[in-house]
Ligand binder design. Sequence first.
Ligand code: KIV
Ligand code: ZN
Length: 515
Amino acid sequence: MKSQMKNIVIFDTTLRDGEQSPGASMNIAEKLQIARHLDRMKVDVIEAGFPIASQGDFEAVRAVAAGMEYSAVCGLARARKKDIQRCWDAVKDAKKPRIHTFLATSPIHRKAKLKMSKAEVLKETVKAVEFASSLCNDVEFSAEDATRTEIDFLKEVVSAAAEAGAKTINIPDTVGYTMPSEFKNIIREVVDVLPGGITVSIHCHNDLGMASANSLVAVQSGATQVECTVNGIGERAGNASMEEIVMSLVTRKDIFNKTVSINTTQIYPASSLVSRLSGLSIQKNKAIVGENAFRHEAGIHQHGVLQDKLTYEIMTPESIGKKEEALVLGKHSGKHAIIERLKGLGIDTKKINMEELFVSFKELADKKKEIYDDELLTLADEQLGAVNKIYEIDYIHTVSGTNTVPSATVRLKINKNDKVEIKEEAAIGDGPVDACYRAIGKLIGRNFILADYRIKAISKGGDSMGEVTVRLKEDDASEEIHGRGASTDIIEASALAYVAAVNRLMILKKQREQA
Ligand code: KIV
Ligand code: ZN
């Protein structure tokens, strides 16, 4: 007999665990932009951050909580009263608030990190869940490092958490250690020990490349919530990737017999958005959303696909919202066409000043024939406030070439305390980009370490836009902050990326200093 079809709750932690990827810190406007997209694509739960971590995190969770229509909004809290209270203060205005509290249960974490006995872990779990439940009627408890925990103790802790009021019990494979055959049994035991109304959730990391496989066997063992991130970003090797989980459940419904509420046609736009705003590029052969995921190179494959796509395609690009647009955008395009394209790319056009975007669009269209989606999205980012403009490039002039000392003159608009100051500096460097960066360094009064510099064409043809992504560090020990810039002139794109990273750093620092 077929098992009953159940909905799988998709819990997205891109803004919390995903943001813990090195160099992926995002500001509030950026997080809100991603959250709105997740809400529109009908993610069931959005974990928006770790409110006790900083004032910036708190504000971001609060902003997301207040802005979601469909998704429940959750904050993370250690199993401490102060964390839990702070978390509740951040999520309480959500239509559907959730507190997610956690405590490690494995022997190594108990001994080395918590310095707690089993009895103490048990007691603290109950205390935390009871307190969280006194504030919020949707509480999730996670047994951190569950997969390296003695199974009997794990069952004891999760049973106590459920009895104390947790509605969702999450079993994280915190260090990506478990294997599908083992995880399947762990989840079965947990499902069997818990009362019927409790949602069993899983949260898998990808250290051994098993995150999606482990998540899916857990579903087959009775887990009904999957925690994941867009593009699989997250701590170390990342988390289970949302697109892999969702498209596996959808494509192999014959095996899983489960439904998801996700609008899969928003997957590809979500992936592009997260990649752009987190500064983490997607490997070309990444399952589902990689550039090559639907490309057929071998002659034999091409021949097959031309006869019938199903010979080598198990899902369509359209099903994830990846489509070749019939309409080319260019200088003759009207506002309506631009709005429709942006909507198709998952952008909430009501949040955009379309008049301003249209002006920038026309300026770009004057420089090149076709405007591609990534270029349009870059313009939309600016309108959505994801680009913070303390410093703005006003003018650049560079000189370089054979037997020439590369030099740059840069003029910046500096927007501070409601005043705009214009400053200009010149510098020489190892190349025109280096010279630009040195001139900018003089203008802002400091130099950063350029930890990474990448350039790619974001559209086709000789008039394509170059996109530069840089990662800057204040010193060797500090975190990397990314910035992106796009222009038909790659020196300008490089300068824009540098200034974007500096602006992002300034805003993040300000948010953190307020903590
Ligand atoms: O990986 C982990 O254990 C976590 C928990 C806090 C859920 O992220
Ligand atoms: Zn995690």
